[in-house]
Design a protein around this ligand. Structure first.
Ligand SMILES: [Zn+2]
Length: 357
């Protein structure tokens, strides 16, 4: 009898250890291809030699609606990921009645995880803002910049000096506040160029603003989102704590709005460099959950022409705005098996938050 109980107890213990280790990743990297519907991913898979999407082991689809519209904007889209609730288009991580809920990044900070945000737009743009700020309108980028000061974020990389620096000092703030100086006082190391950012090997928090507003298009930049992602992962993974990192390829959306195939392909190539950096790390680490999705589709893009070898691909666009078509979810690593089937955008947020409750 005793022998039996010991055996049962041992089995239960082993089972719970297995479940715990299997489903609870140490690190989470959440990536958003803004506007990246299935056809954009198809363009990558069908034409790019170094496509990374095929490396994912799990896939699903997401419904992208907001609280007040079939067709979401990026603010409501990212709010669904950050607070797991739908809000009205334009609002940043608050409910339609302006109730503020903590974001997944704020919950991770509270639990002692290191956190980071990277985007190829201004770091105060709708998608990244939803992870650390709470405002009624995405247009309030000067206010959003102030939220970064006390966010606790260990790494913030993107564009947007105009929202951080006062007029006459390289920025466009007319309240004379210098948010960069304030963040330096709070212990941040500041970099306004990639060379110095890449050379930095210290353990201070990192603020890097690489453009006045959004970063240059990928084709016009001499650095990739992959390099920025590697830098952030390097800084965030050097401690005992796990980390939560949000990476956005912001300009896939802008290319969609512009109905510009060449622009879209450049941004997709750039997003692939980030996927490679992230998946290489996750493979080596073995304890990192990677989830990649989009907040909505942009441009009603479809592929209407092309050769079997991937050459001659032609995109056609149905609109200059967003569409409500389902977007893909890709995941890799411990816990990835949950992100299958058709999810609501808020389900993805709920799942991300479940690791920090
Ligand atoms: Zn858009």
């Amino acid at each position: 009898m005793l022998k039996y109980s010991v055996r049962v107890l041992t089995a239960m213990l082993l089972f719970s250890v297995a479940v715990f280790c299997g489903d609870t990743p140490k690190n989470i990297i959440f990536m958003v291809g803004d506007g990246m519907g299935v056809h954009y991913v198809s363009a990558s898979v069908l034409t790019m030699e170094d496509d990374q999407f095929t490396r994912f082991t799990t896939s699903g689809l997401s419904v992208t609606c907001s609280a007040d519209a079939l067709i979401t904007d990026s603010a409501a889209g990212a709010t669904a990921f950050a607070i797991a609730k739908r809000t009205n288009n334009g609002m940043i991580s608050m409910l339609p009645d302006k109730t503020i809920l903590k974001t997944v990044l704020e919950l991770a900070e509270e639990k002692g995880y290191l956190t980071g945000v990277i985007s190829t737009s201004s770091i105060t743009h709708a998608t990244p803002a939803c992870f650390y700020a709470h405002v009624e309108s995405r247009k309030m980028e000067y206010e959003i910049a102030e939220f970064l000061v006390d966010s606790g974020v260990e790494v913030a990389i993107g564009g947007g000096t105009k929202f951080f620096l006062p007029e006459g000092k390289g920025g466009e703030r007319n309240d004379a506040k210098n948010i960069v100086a304030t963040m330096k006082e709070k212990g941040y190391e500041y970099f306004d160029n990639v060379k110095e950012l890449k050379e930095y090997s210290g353990d201070k928090k990192i603020l890097s603003l690489l453009a006045s507003n959004g970063l240059e298009k990928a084709h016009d930049r001499d650095y990739t989102l992959g390099e920025l992602s590697s830098k952030a992962i390097n800084r965030l993974s050097n401690g005992e704590n796990g980390f939560f990192l949000m990476i956005e390829g912001s300009q896939i959306d802008w290319a969609g709005h512009a109905n510009d195939q060449e622009y879209a392909m450049g941004e997709l190539e750039d997003f692939n460099t980030a996927l490679k950096a992230v998946l290489d790390f996750a493979e080596k680490d073995g304890n990192t959950l990677v989830i990649v999705t989009a907040d909505h589709e942009t441009g009603g893009m479809s592929i209407v022409e092309g050769n079997l070898d991937g050459s001659g691909m032609e995109m056609a666009f149905g609109t200059g705005h967003h569409t409500p078509v389902l977007v893909p979810i890709f995941s890799y690593g411990p816990g990835s098996e949950k992100m299958t089937g058709i999810k609501q955008n808020t389900d993805i947020g709920e799942y991300l938050r479940s690791f920090y409750k």
